[in-house]
Design a protein around this ligand. Structure first.
Ligand SMILES: *Cc1c(COP(=O)(O)O)cnc(C)c1O
Length: 469
């Protein structure tokens, strides 16, 4: 009579398995420790299975070595996959913070890799042979594009706001409208950043209305700056009033107080020319007289994560000397990607085509419909027994920019018959290259605005795997 202890004896030993031909070739491709750990893990799983076996099942139980080996191979492949991996964004949210915000342009691949894989002039001035500034590489082009006297770059816009306030207003007061005390996703809150910077927040006005006189009344000897925050991710509608930047600038000049603007997303191109809602451009803020303007590198700009600070030289110079700058400093990869992205802006048409964020935002509905039709045609060839069609829908800008903007788009909608929508959504999400879709009214939606043509094959393969079985 076969007993559990007999089954345990049938489990192959670790060394035996490692010498198996199918597994030993894994050593050419994967680190030994991953293979050994996986073999141990898989053996342990079988041991546990046997332990949990009901007595009447013992007799018919078989230790299947081939199956075990295949499982090891699969798990080794999985264990070696990067944790941080690419995904296919079918959500239609262009600047999706959880999916990495802006995609870098293919056009800057070489520039970024060249800097990454070689020694560089990061902090070296080849003219003089002496130490240089890492900020110098992007300062001229930023100043040129934004029309500012000076510029510098830190890790993200939160860091930029922190540095600006910590430099200009430490231990002094900064006047902000109550309607602009925003929270941006991922725990960036203006009052809290301000507290960290050492600046004292002086709120004026009410949630819906702030007048110029409110700012003027709050000005005192302690006032270090007037701050305007672009309420990127929400809109107050109805009975509202905000003071225009130009009026704040006049007030600032009257009392000799600098005006700082956090414009959040920071676009260099007036996207209203291309059918989107008007957002203030960085150039406009500088032209209207803001002393310092901060914005993100990876929102509407479409570059790497960065916090960009542009404005008057006397303030930027002080920021460069602030010890905090060392803690917030950007890496060479960021600088390379940012400089290369900014260069694309020297030709606006080029920027709109080559910078993926701008390209996706300005795709015409006809272009997206074309993509949807092409994808649907390929899916049709799979002969799947599911309802699949094209729907009109809307995509979002994301990244806290233009919250009310509804970009007309075309979506592939799938109603699975043999599996639940949730099941299919999960399986898509758990693939080696996860595919992220939306669920609405019991169907899966794939917005073709944020799906690249080169991703079609991966999507079709996924549908074949998941919907055919
Ligand atoms: C997004 C945003 C921030 C934070 O920018 P990060 O680059 O994510 O740090 C700050 N202020 C405003 C108004 C924003 O929209």
């Amino acid at each position: 009579m076969l007993q559990k202890k007999d089954l345990f004896c049938m489990i192959p030993k670790v060394d035996e398995l490692l010498n198996n031909d199918k597994l030993s070739i894994l050593f050419e491709k994967y680190p030994r420790t991953i293979i050994v750990d996986t073999v141990r893990l898989c053996i342990e799983e079988i041991r546990q299975e046997i332990i949990g076996l009901q007595e009447d099942k013992v007799k018919s139980y078989k230790v299947d070595e081939d199956q075990l080996i295949n499982q090891v191979i699969r798990q080794v492949e999985n264990a070696w996959m990067m944790n941080l991996k690419r995904v296919i964004n079918g959500t239609g949210v262009v600047i999706h913070t959880n999916l990495g915000r802006s995609l870098l342009s293919e056009a800057i691949k070489e520039e970024v890799w060249n800097t990454a894989a070689n020694y560089s002039t990061l902090e070296f001035n080849t003219e003089t042979g002496t130490r240089g500034s890492r900020y110098a590489h992007v300062e001229d082009i930023l100043s040129k594009l934004c029309g500012s006297e000076a510029a510098m770059v830190v890790n993200n816009n939160a860091a930029a706001v922190l540095l600006v306030l910590g430099t200009i207003a430490k231990n002094r007061e900064v006047i902000v409208s109550r309607g602009q005390l925003v929270e941006i996703g991922g725990s960036f809150r203006i009052p809290e950043v301000m507290e960290q910077s050492g600046a004292k927040l002086k709120e004026v006005g009410t949630t819906n209305k702030t007048h110029l006189a409110d700012y003027e009344r709050a000005i005192c000897e302690e006032t270090a700056a007037l701050l305007k925050v672009h309420t990127s991710n929400y809109k107050i509608l109805g009975f509202t009033q905000e003071v225009a930047l130009s009026d704040m600038v006049l007030l600032g000049e009257k009392y000799n107080i600098p005006v700082i603007e956090d414009i959040g997303s920071g676009t260099l191109i007036d996207l209203s020319k291309y059918g989107l809602t008007k957002e203030p451009t960085v150039q406009e803020s500088i032209a209207e007289g803001a002393d310092v303007v901060t914005f993100s590198g990876d929102k509407l700009l479409g570059g790497p994560q960065a916090g960009i600070i542009v404005g008057k030289k006397k303030y930027i110079d002080r920021m460069k000397k602030n010890p905090l700058t060392r803690a917030l400093r950007v890496d060479k990869l960021t600088l390379a990607a940012l400089e290369a992205t900014l260069r694309l802006y020297l030709d606006e048409k080029d920027a709109l085509i080559k910078i993926p964020t701008l390209r996706m935002l300005t795709l015409s509905p006809i272009e997206i419909e074309g993509k949807a039709k092409a994808l649907l045609k390929e899916i049709g060839k799979l002969n799947l027994d599911h309802e699949i069609k094209i729907l009109k829908g809307v995509s979002q800008v994301g990244g806290g920019a233009m919250p009310l903007e509804e970009l007309p788009s075309y979506l592939i909608a799938i109603k699975p018959f043999k599996k639940s929508v949730n099941q299919v959504e999960t399986e898509l999400r758990k693939r080696k290259i996860p595919i992220i879709a939306r669920i609405s009214e019991d169907q899966l939606l794939f917005d073709c605005r944020t799906i690249k043509e080169e991703e079609f094959d991966m999507i079709i393969e996924a549908f074949a795997d998941i919907l055919r079985t």
